[in-house]
Unconditional design. Sequence first.
Length: 425
Amino acid sequence: MTDKSDPTTTRRGFIKAGIAAGGAAAAGAAQAGEPDPLITEVQDWASYTGDGVDATPYGMPIEYESDVVRRNVEWLTADTISSINFTPIHALDGTITPQGCAFERHHSGAIELRKEDYRLMINGLVDKPLIFTYEDLERFPRTNKVYFCECAANTGMEWAGAQLNGAQFTHGMIHNMEYSGVSLRTLLEEAGLGAAGDLKDKWVYVEGADASSNGRSIPMEKALDDVLVAFKANGEALRMEHGYPVRLVVPGWEGNMWVKWLRRIEVTNQAIESREETSKYTDTLEDGTSRKWTWEMDAKSVVTSPSPQSPIPHGAGPLVITGLAWSGRGSITGVDVSIDGGKNWQEARLAQPGDDKALTRFYLDINWDGSEMLLQSRAKDSTGYVQPTKAQLRDVRGLNSIYHNNCIQTWWVKESGEAENVEVS
Ligand SMILES: Nc1nc2c(c(=O)[nH]1)N[C@H]1C(S)=C(S)[C@@H](COP(=O)(O)O)O[C@H]1N2
Ligand SMILES: [Mo]
C-alpha cells in the first residue's frame, strides 16, 4: 500500500522517476541503484477500480492541486465585497485562464441574476430604444475570440517599491478567456444610430445591474470596433463572479470598462464623467494633476516561474523559465529575458505567435549553473513599443500613481531556488 499523502507516491512522482531512470539529464532517486517501488510494485491505484462516470457530474481539480486557487490580500481593502482576488498565474501554463481561478473584482459584490430576469436596454441617441432578453441576444450572429482582461490596478501596489511576494499578487489581476457573444456594433445598429448624427464625437455609457453599477463611458469608435456583449467564456456560461449571464468585453482596455451583469447602454453626446472615470481609474502624476482616458493597457510581461510562489525544485541543470506577455494595443512580437537584472537579454521562445489583445506564453530553456539570478522579462508589441523599466516609468509618471504600472518585474532567484520580489536600480 502507498500513502496518498506522501507526494513522492503520486502519479507525477512515478513519471519523474521513470524519466530519471532512462535519461542522463535528470537527477532522480532511481539512479541511486535502489529498486524503485513505484516501478517494481503493483500500486494501490492499479489494484482497485476507480470512480465511476456518475461520481462527478461537473469536475473539479484533483485535491493535490488545491493550492492553485485565487487569493486575496486582506489589508488591501476594507471589505471583501468591494475587493479583488488574484489569479494563481504562478501555477498555470498555456494562456487560457480557467474561470474557476480567474481573478474577480467587484465594487459591491457578485450578484445572482437569472437568465429569465435578465434585460439589456439600449437607449439615448438611437432611432428606436430597445430592450433585449437573454434569448433575444442568442439570436444575433455570434463571434468567438480570446482576450485578456487586466484590472488597471494590476501591479499598482509596486510603485513605491517591491511589495507583494508572488507573481499571483503582483500580476494576478489578469485573466484570458475565449468569449462567445454578439458584437456591440450589431446591437447598436439594431437600435439604429441615425439619430446620433456624426458618430465621431459620440459615446456610449455602459452600466451593470449590481448596486455599484460600475458605469463607464466608451468612445463610439471603440464601441463600433471590437467590443463584445458576451455570454460564454471558455465555452461555458459566464460564472456568476464574471458577470453571469452577460458581460461586456472591451478588448485591450482596462478591466473596469468590462461591465459585468450588463444592463444598459446609452448613446450619448459626451462622456458621463462617472465616479469610475474621475476619482477612480485616472492616474495622478508627480505634480498632482491626473491623466484621464487612459483606457489601453500597455505592453507588459512577467516571469511566472520561477517566482516566489514557484521556486526551482531542483539544482543546477536544465531549467524552464516561463511567463506571460500581453499588449492592449495589439499583439506581442517578442519577449526578452534577462537573468542578470537587465544587463544582458536573450530572446525567449513564444509558444504561439502573439494573438491580438490576448496573453502570449513565452519560454526560455536554459542550463542553470545554480548561481543566483535577477530574473526579468521585457515585452515588445506590434506597435514597436518596448516594456519600460521601473525607473523609466517613474521618470514619466512619478510615485503617486496606482493604475497602469506596466514596468519590468525582477525576481531575485537564490542558489536554493527560492525567489523574492526585488527592485534593481
Ligand atoms: N457591474 C460591474 N462590472 C464590473 C465591476 C463591478 O464591480 N461591477 N468591476 C470592474 C473591474 S474594476 C474589473 S477589473 C473587471 C473584473 O472582471 P472579473 O471580476 O471578471 O475579473 O470587472 C469590471 N466590471
Ligand atoms: Mo479593475
